[in-house]
Design a protein around this ligand. Structure first.
Ligand code: C2E
Ligand code: MG
Ligand code: MG
Ligand code: MG
Length: 282
């Protein structure tokens, strides 16, 4: 019986694997053309100062609308882009595009905002990356101090000395650095005093436990950050009571569906910056 059911399970498993592998191969091929085909967009999620409630920044999040499959989640296509090396091209595109859009809002009369851009490990090792950042800043006119690159702990731990020299080069440009998904990786706390970072982003898995659980870890992160002179962003704020708790605990910045989901550039400009969208486009 066991053998029989084992065989049945295998028979079901193999075609499923094949379908997943096929979809992956198709997506990789199509992702290569997605930039030129105009299927990619950068969406922006607003970030607010906890104390004043003021809009202080946005996080750039890549979106891919496939002509047949519709919206494909970054959770699916970012790993494909990373493994195929395509993330290098996609990452430069996001950087150029996001710097241009955010600088455009400011030129149109909006407030000066911080722009956070996510980075993959592969981009750190790319020799031309620092040049890409320099060009994105000079082409757009965005002040270097308005740009913040987000790195995860796993990216940093992959090659610690490489990461440190990369980070020093980024900081030398005047660009800021944040550790994303903080608390979920396996980095040593000792690195907080070695890495030239500016900000920690507490992972949403902790924020979502608030207010019943998660307080101890978040309070510890806030204390660590204060000790090292870093600011803290809480991501994934979905409930008012989570926001209230974070404000009371002295968290600096909040981001999450409660305050605003990631949205297209024109939507953010109209809704949060009260800018005339036609005037920016033109
Ligand atoms: P991340 O950088 O940690 O981004 C936060 C993710 O949480 C985003 O998912 C965002 O839409 C989602 N989120 C924001 N607020 C809430 C909330 O209140 N509740 C919940 N449940 N989720 C919330 P998204 O856009 O699907 O991106 C997923 C991940 O893909 C990002 O995680 C980032 O690691 C990666 N990613 C996205 N864009 C880029 C990019 O341009 N380059 C690279 N290298 N990675 C990217
Ligand atoms: Mg991020
Ligand atoms: Mg995150
Ligand atoms: Mg993440």
């Amino acid at each position: 019986h066991a053998k029989q059911s084992g065989r049945n399970r295998l028979a079901e498993f193999v075609p499923a694997m094949t379908a997943a592998t096929q979809r992956r191969a198709v997506l990789e091929r199509e992702l290569r053309r997605a930039i030129d085909a105009g299927q990619l967009a950068v969406h922006y999620q607003p970030q607010f100062a906890c104390a004043s409630g003021e809009l202080v920044g946005v996080e750039a999040l890549l979106r891919w609308r496939h002509p047949e499959h519709g919206q494909i989640s970054p959770a699916e296509f970012i790993p494909i882009a990373e493994e195929s090396g395509l993330i290098v091209q996609l990452g430069s595109w996001v950087l150029q595009r996001a710097c241009a859009e955010v600088a455009g809002w400011q030129r149109a009369g909006g407030p000066a905002l911080t722009l956070a851009v996510n980075m993959s490990a592969r981009q750190l090792r790319e020799p031309g990356f620092i040049e890409d950042v320099t060009r994105a800043l000079s082409d757009s006119g965005l002040a270097p101090g308005r740009l913040e690159l987000e790195l995860t702990e796993s990216v940093l731990m992959e090659d610690v000395s490489g990461a440190i020299s990369f980070m020093q080069a980024v900081r030398a440009l005047g660009v800021r650095l944040a550790i994303d998904d903080f608390g979920t990786g396996y980095s040593s706390l000792a690195y907080l005093q070695t890495f030239p970072i500016n900000q920690l982003k507490v992972d949403r898995s902790f924020v979502q436990l608030l207010p019943q659980r998660g307080e101890t870890i978040i309070l510890a992160v806030l204390a660590l950050a204060r000790g090292f002179g870093l600011t803290v962003v809480a991501e994934g704020v979905e409930e008012q009571r989570q926001l209230d708790w974070l404000r009371h605990a002295g968290c600096d910045v909040v981001q999450g569906y409660l305050l605003g989901a990631p949205m297209a550039a024109d939507v953010l400009a109209a809704r949060y910056l009260k800018l005339d969208v036609a005037c920016i486009a033109g």
